[in-house]
Design a protein around this ligand. Structure first.
Ligand SMILES: NC(=O)c1ccc[n+]([C@@H]2O[C@H](COP(=O)([O-])OP(=O)(O)OC[C@H]3O[C@@H](n4cnc5c(N)ncnc54)[C@H](OP(=O)(O)O)[C@@H]3O)[C@@H](O)[C@H]2O)c1
Length: 275
């Protein structure tokens, strides 16, 4: 290792690259932001939380500080991507901060209780806001940022979920964490949009992946589950983060462009990623 370099500063596959991760104050987004920083990227940490709260731990500034502690540059950008112009302003601020974005991770999503409401309890406003955050904003960010990736190639990772998959009508949804009409529908669109985007963007050397993290023990999930029989169940956050890091760096990743990549022990083992 050259004199004066710490391990975090050693040459890494994303050296000189910039990653933008939405919803990176906590949960899977935070994990991915830190993994991309470990792999050498400077990271734009986007989200709404600037103040710690009991309900929603973590802030964009705390994640940005953790990125800097790994020897990388970070910018914390406060944004609500559910508001008109939110995604567009995030692009403008990101380009102003770093000049380019090479890895876009559309991670932020509405995961609050509205996504579990049944048809007759759901309001049009809840439906439209969830579609805006989960689908429209990733579309706008991808459209604007891939235009400037064209010369150097790039990576788009859209967080999806197995609740995008079709399920039998019988039995009907049964419990408080059984996603109903809203959440799975938005994730189905995320997966399908990623699949279509890949065909347009592959000729520009831009890989597009729908990353299904699997049921994952984020701070919020751990809290929701702690007094239930499902306490301790689920993947560690690091699993999805390592798969995202692999997609952003491996020369073999392009073989998966347009596909849903599922975070499983088998995938990690097959690609030599630590469990
Ligand atoms: N955890 C799981 O088991 C699981 C399973 C399958 C798929 N996923 C997917 O993985 C992704 C991350 O999930 P997670 O469990 O880590 O979620 P989480 O803990 O609820 O975090 C969601 C993040 O999105 C941000 N966000 C939400 N609305 C936003 C808005 N309007 N503008 C900007 N940021 C916004 C939140 O940050 P602020 O509050 O700071 O805005 C938060 O950092 C999501 O796309 C989710 O659907 C998760």
């Amino acid at each position: 290792m050259p004199l004066g370099q710490t391990p975090a500063m050693a040459a890494t596959p994303l050296d000189g690259k910039v990653a933008l991760v939405t919803g990176a104050a906590r949960g899977i987004g935070r994990g991915i932001a830190l993994e991309l920083a470990r792999l050498g990227a400077d990271v734009i940490v986007a989200g709404r939380s600037t103040v710690q709260s009991e309900r929603a731990p973590g802030t964009i500034h705390a994640t940005a500080a953790d990125v800097e502690a790994l020897g990388r540059k970070a910018a914390a950008i406060k944004v609500d991507i559910g508001l008109p112009g939110g995604a567009e302003s995030l692009v403008d601020e990101s380009i102003a901060a770093f000049g380019h974005v090479d890895v876009l991770v559309n991670n932020a999503a509405v995961t609050a209780h509205a996504i579990f409401l049944p048809l007759w309890d759901l309001t049009r406003e809840q439906f439209e806001r969830t579609v805006t955050v989960n689908v429209t904003a990733p579309f706008v960010l991808t459209q604007l940022l891939t235009k400037q990736m064209v010369d150097g190639g790039g990576t788009v990772i859209n967080l999806t979920s197995r609740s995008a998959n079709l399920v039998p009508a019988d039995p009907p949804p049964s419990g408080p964490l059984d996603p109903t009409v809203l959440y799975g529908s938005t994730k189905a669109m995320v997966s399908r949009m990623t699949n279509a985007l890949a065909r347009e963007l592959k000729p520009h050397n831009i890989g597009c992946y729908a990353l299904d993290p699997g049921f994952t023990r984020t701070e919020i999930i751990v809290r929701m589950m702690e007094s239930t029989p499902r306490a301790g169940v689920g993947n560690p956050v690091e699993w999805a983060a390592r798969v995202a890091g692999w997609l952003a760096t491996s020369p073999d990743a392009m073989a998966h462009t347009g596909q849903v990549v599922s975070t499983t022990q088998a995938f990690l083992e097959e690609h030599g990623l630590p469990l």
